[in-house]
Ligand binder design. Structure first.
Ligand code: SAM
Length: 199
């Protein structure tokens, strides 16, 4: 079953529905880093397709699953497990992945990459894909987000949007300054999600 673990999906929908195209696009590419049970990807694809019915559209969904242990946030975050606080971060299983694959099996726009963000960036480093909208919801450390935003910003166009989840938990000013090199500005902030657009 397609589900989300967060809120402000209404903002993702709005940022897709208002994504600017300065000429009629021939093709559209969107991407989500960190898919989990798929709600982010589902909303992005539905919102894009509500605007362009007959378009060459690809949505890349990147997630390693496999109960990978990784650093979720800067510092030493703790998670509530029942009544107790623990430093053991949640992981995301291959069973979750297999269900997600079934849920999107008939979706022709959906392309799943069972790998980490870094592996994806290495594999596609030399390809010329330009991304129209990217949702970053994998690791939330400043280092990981910085690496991702710079990679995607280099493959952007005027009007491309990059959405970052849990932006309050990273060093937002560092991200904002770095991405401004590519002409991105934060156009709207929610409680957890922020949207940058290349102006
Ligand atoms: C918070 S969940 C994503 C929630 C999802 N975006 C949604 O809207 O429901 C984080 C996901 O990031 C994945 N992940 C962890 N490390 C990753 C990495 N290096 N690259 C890509 N995804 C990663 C995890 O496996 C997990 O599924």
């Amino acid at each position: 079953m397609i589900r989300g673990d967060s809120d402000e999906y209404d903002l993702i929908k709005k940022w897709c529905e208002t994504l600017p195209f300065f000429s009629e696009p021939k093709s559209i590419n969107t991407c989500e880093v960190g898919v989990r049970e798929g709600l982010g990807s589902q909303i992005i694809m539905m919102s894009i397709l509500s605007r362009f019915k007959k378009i060459d559209y690809v949505h890349d969904a990147i997630d390693p699953y496999g109960d990978l242990e990784y650093k979720h946030f800067d510092g030493n975050p703790r998670w509530k497990n029942g009544d107790e606080w623990t430093s053991k971060a949640p992981t995301y299983s291959n069973e979750m992945r297999d269900q997600m694959i079934k849920d999107f099996a008939t979706n022709p726009n959906f392309k799943f990459y069972n790998m980490t963000d870094i592996q994806y960036m290495n594999v596609f480093n030399l390809t010329k894909t330009i991304y129209d909208l990217v949702f970053l919801d994998g690791p939330h450390t400043t280092q990981a987000i910085l690496r991702e935003v710079l990679w995607f910003a280099e493959r952007s166009r005027k009007g491309t949007r990059i959405i970052i989840d849990d932006y309050q938990l990273c060093n937002f000013e560092v991200i904002r300054a770095a991405i401004s090199y590519w002409g991105f500005k934060d156009i709207e902030k929610g409680k957890n999600k922020v949207c940058f657009e290349r102006i």
